[in-house]
Design a binder for this molecule. Structure first.
Ligand SMILES: Nc1ncnc2c1ncn2[C@@H]1O[C@H](COP(=O)(O)OP(=O)(O)O)[C@@H](O)[C@H]1O
Ligand SMILES: [Mg+2]
Length: 429
């Protein structure tokens, strides 16, 4: 079997790493990949938005299944194109991916289907949006409807801050068309949880829930990022909670997608807020999350490849083996470049510590400098260091210590990944 992975970040490295373990005879190729992915796959320099070139690559290389990592090609219709050429691909169509690419579409769907989520009003006119602020108490959340690379959401502590966010999106168009429509949302209090399900559009199999760390600074302060670390499992995700999320959120969402004529196949990522009133949806994503994937793949004991192959091949998951998990904990510490998440500096030479038992270093924003042949920084999030151990505390220490020993100029990392869970544990004992 031969698989093409589209993407070149830490998530795609973790997926490639897992697939290569599921079947050591598997042939893996990646586009564009990165220097870490190159250790398990042959990389082709094709960008993720070059859908036709990617389809040619899949045809020329006799690829059996294509797995799409990032959201951009999904929004651009890569799945539609591959399907029209009879190329098996794992991921939702452009229409189904609207659950991520249009927060407005997702909110309408949730309201229609009675899925628990924050109350919201939708606007494309700044004056009307500001007037609507009166219907919400502070803090209030202002969101661009479209894809804004994790930067289109402001949790405003005051009306003035909310008004500035409205002006930035609707009047100044800082995110272009992604901010042509906005949502004003009620603020939900609680802890966030990421739940991924693999689905054929009807059946859905949940993966291990994880908790992300969105803020740049320790203690969850500072600006939002793509994610500075993750851990799993979390005691927040009790079996009762997961079964509630499956019955109140995931299954009704898949059913509403079918009703909307957009069968959702692939990976549905439910971003949840666990409130006093139960789990509510913050947002959906239409693909694996980064860095949660880097934390959960090393814990997965059963085959990911089997599930991906079943869905991409147009089969059903009804007889698929349910995912199984190691009875261990994983902590992923992201090592980010100087300047992240604003103006990222690239080209700093990276030195990696010696390999360590129980640690996997996933590459995200790295490159080989062609002039010097050295490994250098090439993106905001440079590496994701995952440690697996029998307990969370140990996994956190090993991950942090290994990440501390990565060296490059201006390196940034959080040394408190897993802190919510670790302090919860302290309260219990
Ligand atoms: N209604 C809400 N209540 C509280 N926090 C929110 C709410 N909506 C978003 N957030 C916060 O903002 C972050 C980003 O919002 P999200 O809807 O996930 O958009 P995106 O990931 O596309 O930037 C969330 O992870 C959460 O921390
Ligand atoms: Mg999000």
């Amino acid at each position: 079997m031969k698989v093409l992975i589209v993407g070149g970040g830490g998530r795609e490295h973790a997926l490639a790493w897992k697939l290569s373990r599921d079947d050591p005879t598997l042939e893996l190729i990646a586009a564009p990949g990165n220097p870490g992915i190159a250790s398990v796959a042959r990389c082709f320099p094709v960008a993720v938005d070059k859908h036709k070139e990617l389809a040619h690559l899949a045809e020329d290389e006799f690829v059996d299944i294509t797995l799409v990592g990032p959201e951009l090609p999904l929004e651009g219709g890569i799945v539609n194109l591959f399907q029209s050429r009879g190329l098996p691909i794992f991921g939702p169509t452009r229409e189904a991916a609207r659950i991520e690419t249009s927060k407005r579409f997702a909110k309408d769907l949730m309201v229609r289907a009675g899925i628990p989520t924050a109350r919201a009003s939708q606007h494309s006119d700044a004056r009307a949006a500001k007037a609507a602020l009166a219907e919400f108490s502070s803090p209030v959340v202002v969101k661009a409807s479209g894809l804004a690379a994790g930067k289109g959401v402001v949790v405003a502590q005051s009306t003035a801050q909310a008004e500035r966010a409205i002006d930035a999106l609707l009047s100044d168009r800082v995110f272009g068309n992604a901010g042509r429509e906005i949502l004003i949302e009620e603020y939900m209090d609680g802890e966030e949880l990421s739940l991924f399900v693999i689905t054929d559009g009807h059946q859905a199999l949940p993966l291990l829930a994880a908790q992300d760390h969105k803020r740049l600074l320790e203690g969850d302060f500072g600006p939002n990022t793509g994610g500075m670390g993750a851990y799993a499992p979390t005691s927040l995700a009790t079996p009762e909670l997961i079964s509630r999320v499956m019955s109140e959120i995931v299954r009704p969402t898949l059913s509403a997608m079918r009703d909307a004529g957009s069968l959702f196949k692939g990976l549905l990522y439910a971003g949840l807020m666990i409130t006093d009133d139960g789990p509510k949806v913050v947002e959906f994503n239409s693909r694996f999350g980064d860095p949660e994937t880097q934390a959960i793949m090393p814990l997965m004991d059963s085959s990911l490849l089997e599930l991906i192959a079943a869905v991409a091949g147009g089969g059903s998951l009804s007889r698929a083996r349910h995912p199984e998990w190691k009875n261990l904990s994983a902590v992923t510490t992201v090592v980010a470049a100087a300047g992240y998440p604003d103006k990222v500096r690239t080209g700093d030479v990276i030195q990696l510590p010696a390999a360590e038992e129980g640690v996997v270093v996933f590459h995200a924003g790295t490159a080989i400098d062609p002039a010097t042949n050295q490994l250098v920084t090439a993106g905001g999030r440079v590496l994701a260091v995952t440690a697996v151990a029998s307990g969370l505390l140990e996994a956190a220490e090993v991950s942090r210590n290994h990440a501390e020993r990565v060296s490059f100029k201006g390196k940034q990392l959080r040394r408190d990944i897993g802190w919510r869970e670790l302090t919860r544990g302290a309260r219990v004992t």
